[in-house]
Design a protein around this ligand. Sequence first.
Ligand code: ACO
Length: 419
Amino acid sequence: MSAATLVLNGTSYDFPVIVGSEKEVGIDIGRLRATTGAIALDPGYGNTGSCKSAITYIDGEKGILRYRGYRIEELAAKASFLEVTHLLVYGTLPTAGELRRFTRQLTEHTLLHEDMKKFYEGFPPSARPMSVLSTMVASLSTYYPDTQVDLNIIRLLAKLKTIAAFSYKKSIGQPFVYPRNDLGFVADFLHMMFAVPSEPYDVPDVVHKALDMLLILHADHEQNCSTSTVRMVGSSGTDLFSTVSSGVCALAGPLHGGANVAVIRMLEAIRDDGGDHSKFIAKAKDKSDPFRLMGFGHRVYKNFDPRARLIKEATDRVLSLLGREDPLLDIAKRLERIALEDEYFIARRLYPNLDFYSGILYRAMGLPTDMFTVLFALGRLPGWIAHWKEMREMHGRLHRPRQIYTGHTERAWIPIDQR
Ligand code: ACO
């Protein structure tokens, strides 16, 4: 396969065919407008490849997800989040020496400039954590020159968890707890979240492992909404911090990363309503009702989301190891069972995505609901950075889509007294 032919108004045009390393096929329409005068129209970009990328591979039909060639199931079972971060950002699994150096670098840059603490004083107690996160990330660009690209990557990877934990402390009115250099990445984050000055926080091993795995499962997902935003904003040459801040904003919405909070709110609503699932299923199917079954459906996965499977298994494991029960888990399982037998969901190939069970797992670990999407951002950061870095190294073009204009054609000016 070397060319695709388009016939437009009786004239044939040939376009090169690009084949990826997993044999997926793309028609290169880079010269479509120049040769035919027409553009491709694809609202929501469901059929549009915006770039070539060597970072993450997804086969949505088969439920396959791989980072740099490694299966997500294997990474979740065997790797640490920092190994996966190194893999995504630098392209290789680190050697023991590289991992030691990388861990030390991330440990040395966890502190925030003391002046940045004052920013938190300006936010109202009700501030949404994702809004605080995007503001704080963007403000890093006022402290660090954008020419220090490699160092800024380390700074951002190290500081995001401090920013996130400080946001939580601010929201509950507790003093900030500073990072500790003797703790690993996940333990340090949990320490900053849950320790108080008079009492350290002993991280249960099961919680440590589960959070590490959750961060791995969220670490990248090729050209999703927030990563495409990062590539879009970064394509204009914007600095790393401002660019990633835009990714945080895109992630916050309930159709994307914000779904993990929306799922819990939905399960609570079902519980408070007496547990009547059918009412909520009916609402989700009713086209006149904007309600959707949160945590269900995915643009790419059409049979199952491999991350959702791993999270569901981990949720059962963690709840049993901690000796806890969560009635919301029973509601979720029943909802999943009913939906998966329903013709509406079967016909549209709607399955639980990673957000369906992740919230219940976060709850089991004692993490507060308002912080769920922030945790998603913490996990997704290596992916955003990897894509930003890849795009810069490829010297990609400015992202600038076109449109089909549907407004008025030219019309005469109307003086104000005649309108
Ligand atoms: N509940 C009910 N119906 C749904 C749902 C849902 N969760 N998701 C999709 N549908 C229906 C649509 O109404 C549409 O029906 P129609 O063909 O009769 O018009 C059909 O399924 C196709 O849906 P689209 O919106 O075209 O699918 P799209 O790929 O654009 O949307 C999305 C994907 C946004 C994830 C959607 O499934 C959704 O809104 N899900 C709920 C929110 C959610 O869980 N988001 C997290 C996604 S994972 C992530 O971003 C990390």
